[in-house]
Design a binder for this molecule. Structure first.
Ligand SMILES: NC(=O)c1ccc[n+]([C@@H]2O[C@H](COP(=O)([O-])OP(=O)(O)OC[C@H]3O[C@@H](n4cnc5c(N)ncnc54)[C@H](O)[C@@H]3O)[C@@H](O)[C@H]2O)c1
Length: 406
């Protein structure tokens, strides 16, 4: 492989597709991951994650010599940081991966290099990393281009959205913004919007917080409707007939590594000012707890009525329909709660999008429905919508598979 132009630190759900896209455009990319298994798989031209069309892109890029992976970075002109940014205890953002990745490239940086963070980050992270770089390499002060550019792709459609979505790009100064725009415009057809680093960081957090707040509104309605004996699905459909109203759908909570996480990055730093954002997180978390309690009540009612313990089917574990991703999944939390409170009731856990799980013993979905007395719908997977549930069974539809009253 020729001298790489781009070093991509972090080869996960975002870093690997981005590396493959850049390499497909005949730019030499050196991908870095601390996980040697990931590195080996990629160097074989294969992938370690599920994402349509990514396998072909990576196989081509590796075969043609434009993409190579390793566990340590090498010298390049552009460094992209795409490592995880989870939260710690007390819901505080953990930027230690970004810092570790930055420290790894620090010794390699030279005049006119471009350093970009794509990881979802709390406000001020890019400036913090700039200060870290300049404190360790003072000879480079004002001689680097440093920018932030968040990613907003939809898992399952990443290879298309990477190219076609608009991007927000913010440098620590105007020169950095321009340099980063010039970099991305080689690969991206969507519009590239200029701003500063802090606004770009906040923009990503706000996009996901906005979704979280809107889902919290729908979840709050579902709690009110349950008490008021109203079908929330019908209510929302009717309210949305108003030309300027667009209420989202309730569910069993909010999950995933973005919407359920990113709002905390704002609340943690601005607790007094972010009341609605914080309350939305609480409502969405409470909804999962409430669902678990509802299952418990249904079990007790069944036992009282029939004098025996019910068997239960838990339908779905992923954080949204038709994917295999369980990160921060409220359905997984509810399944755990139901199992913890299980008093020797038979429990069938269903997740058609994964083959096995190290904690849950999975059951085929039709078999689970056949055997269970209480069927708890947590994720509206397509398969479930074709099921016919006998009226002799109790169905708790928390995610609108049949849009029945809970
Ligand atoms: N997945 C998404 O849909 C999505 C969308 C938008 C933004 N993001 C953000 O993008 C960032 C990356 O997310 P992801 O989903 O790709 O994460 P991921 O967990 O799939 O991948 C991250 C990779 O980085 C590697 N890594 C960790 N520390 C490293 C280090 N110091 N050096 C080299 N490699 C290291 C890990 O081994 C892992 O393979 C996060 O900040 C996330 O919030 C993700």
């Amino acid at each position: 492989m020729n001298q790489p132009e781009v070093v991509m630190i972090g080869l996960g759900y975002i870093g690997l597709p981005t590396a493959a896209l850049i390499a497909q455009n005949k730019t030499y990319v050196h991908g870095v991951d601390i996980n040697p298994k990931v590195v080996d798989i990629i160097n074989e031209g294969k992938i370690h994650i599920v994402e349509p069309e990514l396998d072909i892109a990576v196989a081509d890029a590796v075969k043609n010599g434009y993409l190579k992976a390793g566990t340590t970075p090498v010298e390049a002109k552009t460094y992209l940081i795409v490592v995880p940014t989870p939260f710690k205890a007390k819901n505080e953002p953990d930027i230690s991966f970004v810092e570790a990745a930055t420290r790894a490239v620090l010794p390699l940086l030279k005049e006119n290099d471009l350093y970009i963070i794509e990881s979802t980050s709390p406000i001020g992270t890019t400036e913090k990393m700039m200060n870290l770089i300049y404190s360790e390499r003072p000879e480079l002060i004002k001689k680097l281009y440093i920018a932030y550019c968040p990613e907003r792709v939809l898992p399952g459609n990443v290879m298309y959205e990477l190219v076609h979505n608009d991007r927000v790009i913010g440098g620590v100064d105007d020169g950095s913004t321009e340099k980063a725009i010039d970099f991305y415009k080689q690969y991206i057809k969507g519009d590239l919007h200029k701003t500063n680093a802090r606004t770009a960081e906040m923009c990503k957090l706000v996009e996901n917080s906005s979704r979280d707040v809107q889902i919290a509104f729908a979840n709050e309605l579902s709690l009110i409707c349950d008490k008021a004996d109203i079908n929330v699905w019908e209510l929302i459909e009717l309210a949305n007939k108003h030309p300027r109203v667009n209420i989202l759908q309730p569910g069993c909570g909010v999950g995933g590594h973005c919407i359920a996480v990113d709002p905390y990055f704002i609340v943690s730093d601005y607790p007094m000012e972010s009341k609605i954002i914080g309350a939305a997180r609480e409502v969405n978390n409470y909804k999962s707890f409430w669902c678990a309690e509802k299952v418990q009540t249904a079990k007790l009612e069944f036992e009282l009525k029939y004098g025996r313990k019910p068997s239960i089917a838990i339908m779905g574990l992923t954080f949204k329909p038709n994917i295999d991703d369980l990160r921060e999944s409220p359905a997984k939390y509810i399944a755990q709660k139901v199992l913890q409170k299980s008093n020797n009731e038979e429990c069938f856990i269903v997740e058609p999008n994964i083959t096995d799980h190290k904690v849950f013993k999975l059951t085929e979905y039709k078999e689970a429905v056949e055997k269970a007395d209480i069927i708890v719908f947590l994720v509206a997977h397509d398969e479930f919508k074709t099921l016919e549930i006998s009226s002799a069974k109790i169905a708790l539809d928390f995610c609108g598979v049949f849009k029945q009253k809970i």
